[in-house]
Design a protein around this ligand. Structure first.
Ligand SMILES: *[C@@H]1O[C@H](CO)[C@@H](O)[C@H](O)[C@H]1NC(C)=O
Ligand SMILES: *[C@@H]1O[C@H](CO)[C@@H](O)[C@H](O)[C@H]1NC(C)=O
Ligand SMILES: *[C@@H]1O[C@H](CO)[C@@H](O)[C@H](O)[C@H]1NC(C)=O
Ligand SMILES: *[C@@H]1O[C@H](CO)[C@@H](O)[C@H](O)[C@H]1NC(C)=O
Ligand SMILES: *[C@@H]1O[C@H](CO)[C@@H](O)[C@H](O)[C@H]1NC(C)=O
Length: 349
């Protein structure tokens, strides 16, 4: 009996590697912010403006030695966008770009951060979905990580809420962002050069997770999955750049799981996907007809909530694992995959 239990215990602790070898950066029971003072932390715990049990990382981006996380907006979560060092075994969540940039009821501040992406020149793109209670519309912030975290652009959308995730299409003729909205049958296209955004209908499809084919691939494709469905679609971005108002979505295949939350493309055309109610990360090679593969499983995790992940500039795949039933509740894992994010050309090493 003893060896049996020991084996289960070890499986529970370590990740069951399949295609990649993951190392654990941290495994923690609690994640805490960096506070201006111990007194302000104690006060926030007392009055319920901070409830550590409600911390749940949903979106991730990496740049250099910093990791960025959007936290699920919940009671007791005063700041939804944080940074943390990539190398610490017990990191603090630092409000990003500053504590002062967060707060309810001020439409110039960040109210509820969602999808995050870093572009090829080191700018962090942040979706903020605003709020209905304070009547702030959703917006996009572009923050220059290589230049003192200066906020470069704040673009306001004409709607509130339901932003999910984004990808960046950097072309010689300008940079576009494609943005999904969880419950709407449309996506949003933003042109950086024109500082303009518009809606593109996706009839019958509520696009949710989003990925973009590698930069140097001809006829760049956008990949969309649908909320509450296992269907995978592709759409050519040429028409989106050109201002079409209705996307022509091609079904390319089906995942075995439903509701992909996060998808991510590397610069060699492997697409990764994380799902609700799944402790597997799946992948597929987008240069071939759609076929799902199992990229990585984290064994012994009890969670309905999906993992989130990002690729950095040096070929490392970063992933947070959240367990809502048992400890450790928070893990940061990393693996060398030898591929960068889709924002880099495959030839750029
Ligand atoms: C909310 O904002 C919109 C546009 O910014 C404005 O027209 C509307 O009156 C505002 N509503 C409330 C309740 O303040
Ligand atoms: C971009 O557009 C927003 C409106 O969404 C405006 O407030 C802002 O000033 C514009 N920025 C630049 C640099 O033109
Ligand atoms: C995009 O628009 C340009 C200029 O109107 C046109 O020359 C080009 O063929 C269009 N491309 C596509 C893919 O529609
Ligand atoms: C994918 O699922 C859809 C809807 O359930 C179904 O109509 C379609 O035939 C499936 N496609 C494949 C390739 O299995
Ligand atoms: C994906 O498929 C292409 C075309 O078959 C192949 O050249 C490439 O090596 C594959 N990528 C991986 C990571 O297996």
């Amino acid at each position: 009996m003893i060896p049996f239990f020991v084996a289960i215990f070890l499986l529970g602790l370590s990740s069951l590697a399949t295609a990649a070898n993951f190392n654990q950066v941290f495994a923690l029971t609690e994640l805490d912010y960096e506070w201006p003072s111990e007194a302000s932390r104690a006060q926030a715990l007392r009055d319920g403006t901070f409830k550590p049990e409600n911390v749940y990382p949903r979106y991730m981006a990496v740049y250099g030695t910093r990791l960025f996380l959007s936290l699920h907006k919940d009671e007791g979560i005063p700041v939804t966008l944080v940074s943390l060092p990539t190398s610490s075994a017990s990191p603090k969540l630092t409000p990003f770009p500053s504590r002062n940039m967060h707060g309810p009821g001020d439409c110039d501040k960040i109210e509820e951060a969602k999808g995050l992406e870093v572009d090829s020149v080191g700018r962090l793109w942040v979706l903020d979905q605003g709020s209905i209670s304070s009547n702030c519309s959703a917006k996009l912030l572009i923050i220059d990580l290589a230049n003192k975290d200066q906020i470069k652009i704040i673009h306001r959308f004409p709607f509130r809420r339901w932003l999910h995730d984004l990808v960046l299409d950097e072309t010689p003729d300008g940079t576009f962002a494609y943005i999904t909205r969880s419950i709407e049958q449309n996506i949003v296209v933003f042109s950086l050069e024109r500082n303009e955004s518009w809606m593109v209908d996706t009839p019958g499809i509520r696009a949710y997770a989003i990925a973009l084919s590698p930069k140097d691939q001809e006829a760049r494709q956008l990949y969309l999955s649908e909320w509450n469905s296992n269907q995978q679609f592709s759409v050519s971005v040429a028409a989106l750049r050109n201002g079409t108002r209705t996307a022509n979505l091609n079904p390319i295949g089906n995942w075995t799981a439903i509701s992909s939350f996060r998808m991510l493309m590397d610069n060699h055309g492997t697409m990764y996907a994380a799902f609700f109610q799944e402790n597997h990360i799946f992948s597929c090679n987008t240069s071939q007809p759609f076929q799902e593969q199992r990229f990585h499983q984290v064994a012994g995790v009890y969670t309905g909530l999906p993992f989130t992940f990002a690729l950095d500039q040096s070929g490392t795949f970063w992933m947070t694992v959240f367990d809502d039933k048992k400890k450790p509740r928070y893990r940061l894992l990393k693996a060398t995959v030898g591929a960068k994010s889709y924002t880099f050309e495959a030839s750029q090493e």
